[in-house]
Design a protein around this ligand. Structure first.
Ligand code: AKG
Ligand code: FE2
Length: 211
């Protein structure tokens, strides 16, 4: 992992450009779009699927993660990125001009976060929690790449994705590809992200049906 560390990042972050093959990406996308419509939650500016259970301060009631998704989790875990096995995946789908407001993820998750990127690139912006107006730094996330974040990056910085049709990388982007020409505009397609995490508190309660 050390060779993938983003040196300029103020805390531990790792970026692996071609983490997935084109076939693996297609396999995951096919399965993401094969779920029943009811599995999607439509928000104003994106839609999402929640896998593993609903995180809750009193403990998440665990749900089995399907094999097609578990295979991807296993590939991330094989890099020795997590202390405790991840048990939760949030899948977000963003069409061009969609995004997510700057936010913190909150205390329910442990401090390692892995993001698998499918379909299209995006730019993930980070904001100092004391200055939410200005982008502190940003990361360029290409399709098939993996981003692993550890420690305070997710605690001290808010993160978000602008609602844009295209991106232009600039000095704030920590991982500009060597073949990128400054001011080149990158058109967004539909991006699907898998955010893989560990929910710390898991309930031992089982839901009893048919009582
Ligand atoms: O799509 C992404 O990479 C970010 C998702 C995110 O920040 C979240 O769901 O909390
Ligand atoms: Fe988030």
């Amino acid at each position: 992992m050390e060779i993938h560390r983003l040196e300029k990042c103020p805390s531990s972050a790792y970026y692996i450009k071609d983490f997935l093959t084109v076939e693996e990406e297609e396999f995951l996308l096919k399965n993401v779009y094969n779920v029943p419509q009811t599995k999607w939650t439509q928000l104003l500016r994106r839609r999402l699927q929640n896998w593993g259970g609903v995180p809750h301060p009193n403990g998440m009631i665990p749900e089995t993660i399907p094999q097609w998704l578990q295979t991807c989790i296993d590939k991330v875990v094989a890099l020795n990125t997590f202390c405790d096995a991840p048990n939760h995946v949030l899948i977000n789908e963003y069409k061009p001009n969609e995004g997510i407001m700057p936010h913190l993820d909150g205390p329910l998750y442990s401090s390692t976060i892995a993001t698998v990127n499918l379909g299209s690139h995006t730019v993930l912006n980070f904001y100092d929690s004391n200055d939410r107006e200005k982008v502190s730094f940003s990361l360029f996330l290409e399709p098939r790449s993996l981003l692993v974040q550890q420690g305070n990056i997710y605690e001290t910085y808010l993160h978000g994705i602008d609602e844009k049709y295209e991106d232009i990388l600039d000095n704030s982007t920590l991982n500009v590809p060597s073949n990128y020409q400054m001011n080149q505009s990158l058109k967004r397609g539909t991006r699907v992200s898998l955010t893989i995490r560990r929910v710390q508190k898991v309930s031992k309660l089982k839901i009893k049906l048919g009582r």
